[in-house]
Design a protein around this ligand. Structure first.
Ligand code: GRF
Length: 208
């Protein structure tokens, strides 16, 4: 059984998708947040999952917060730490501590559009596709070996909210699969690449 600790900052729909997937050999050991009002905490608590929060505003530095969060996380002896909409920039200390067992979801096709407002920026740039990326976390923001990516079309009349909703559906499929692949030992990090010993999808073009 592998222990997974999930960090959230808000509604936690990706966390819910991972919990609902009931991944074999996986115990969701805790759901933690930097905000006690994160809606996802109440959802998890109702299922009997341990929850806790630490308000980043009550720490004098980013590192002090990260160290306190690491202590909370480590109490659950995690095999994997999942950032599911955890809206904090992490210190190198945090990233190194969980190297190879820290996973993030980012709502763009990385390495394009790191940071915030990804869908607005994809629209402004005239992109015909948008998507999301699951990656192992390294100290550089929204970088690190890519585990999986999902792509959706951008349609002519789309707003950023339309794109976000379309991408979110893909996030909810992709993230539980990435966690399941990790737990099953199917992911091999080789430099910037992550090789997956699971069967690969048949190659097919997405023409938009
Ligand atoms: C998702 O779009 C994720 O890609 C981004 O933040 C959002 C979190 O949504 N990092 P939720 O809290 O999982 O619903």
């Amino acid at each position: 059984m592998k222990n997974v600790v999930i960090l959230i900052s808000g509604r936690g729909s990706n966390m819910q998708a991972i919990v609902n997937a009931q991944i074999p050999n996986t115990r969701i050991a805790a759901v933690l947040s930097n905000s006690e009002s994160a809606a996802g905490l109440a959802w998890a608590a109702e299922l009997g999952i341990p929850t806790d929060s630490l308000n980043h505003k009550s720490f004098e530095s980013r590192l002090a917060f990260d160290q306190a969060m690491m202590a909370k996380i480590d109490a659950y002896q995690p095999d994997l730490v999942v950032l599911a909409g955890f809206m904090r920039i992490l210190t190198p200390e945090f990233c190194v501590h969980y190297e190879g067992r820290l996973m993030n979801i980012h709502p763009s096709i990385l390495p394009s559009f790191t940071g915030l407002h990804t869908h607005e920026r994809a629209l402004e740039a005239g992109c015909r596709v948008a998507g999301c990326t699951i990656h192992f976390v390294t100290a550089e923001l929204d970088c690190g070996p890519i585990i999986a990516q999902g792509v959706v079309p951008i349609l002519d009349n789309d707003t950023a909210d339309d794109v976000a909703a379309r991408v979110l559906c893909v996030e909810h499929q992709l993230f539980p699969k990435a966690v399941a692949d990790f737990v099953a030992g199917r992911l091999n990090i080789q430099g910037n690449r992550v090789l997956n010993t699971d069967s690969q999808p048949q190659s097919s073009a997405l023409l938009v």
